[in-house]
Design a protein around this ligand. Structure first.
Ligand SMILES: [Zn+2]
Length: 174
């Protein structure tokens, strides 16, 4: 993500397969992106995954910190209760490649593999800037292979040994 490209329009981040806890319940943490990118006036985040309860799917204006509120900066989010590739398929030509798609500890090499396979295929084919994190090295490498097998050219990365939530980068590409 180049900051220059973020100034021209409201940046769009899409979070794939989020868990209600922690991603949705702590969505205010995404405001830190605004604090790191002071020229961003509005940050748009779409959460998309089958674990999300059905809802209106409309944009929701989210509460920001007092400083952002005084500056008229906005954080808005939208929730879709379906897999990411189903979301993209339904939108058809209205689908917009986001500035970043991210999946936190998706476990895509372990669970719901068929479902994730469709999402991975979409991300690779549409050259969506993507980050997947993993719980550990084995999972990170297994997930990296899924992306490589789907045709993604992964950015080189070094793996070092510790256990941490989102401590492992399974892939980063665009
Ligand atoms: Zn703020």
């Amino acid at each position: 993500m180049q900051e220059a490209s973020l100034v021209s329009k409201a940046p769009l981040i899409q979070v794939l397969g989020p868990a209600v806890e922690p991603e949705l319940m702590k969505a205010q943490l995404f405001e830190e992106i605004m604090h790191q990118l002071p020229k961003v006036q509005t940050l748009q985040i779409i959460f998309c995954g089958p674990d999300i309860p059905p809802n209106s799917e409309n944009w929701m204006e989210m509460e920001t910190c007092p400083r952002c509120r005084r500056a008229g900066r906005k954080r808005r989010q939208r929730l879709y209760s379906r897999t990411y590739h189903e979301y993209a398929l339904r939108l058809g030509s209205a689908y917009e490649v986001p500035d970043l798609a991210v999946a936190f500890n998706s476990g895509c090499s372990q669970e719901a593999r068929d479902s994730w396979a469709g999402t991975i295929k979409h991300l690779v084919q549409r050259k969506v800037p993507t980050i997947f994190t993993a719980f550990n090295r084995e999972e990170g490498e297994a997930e990296g292979k899924l992306f490589a097998n789907a045709g993604a050219t992964l950015e080189p990365h070094a793996v070092t040994g510790f256990y941490s939530v989102n401590g492992w980068l399974a892939c980063g590409f665009k």
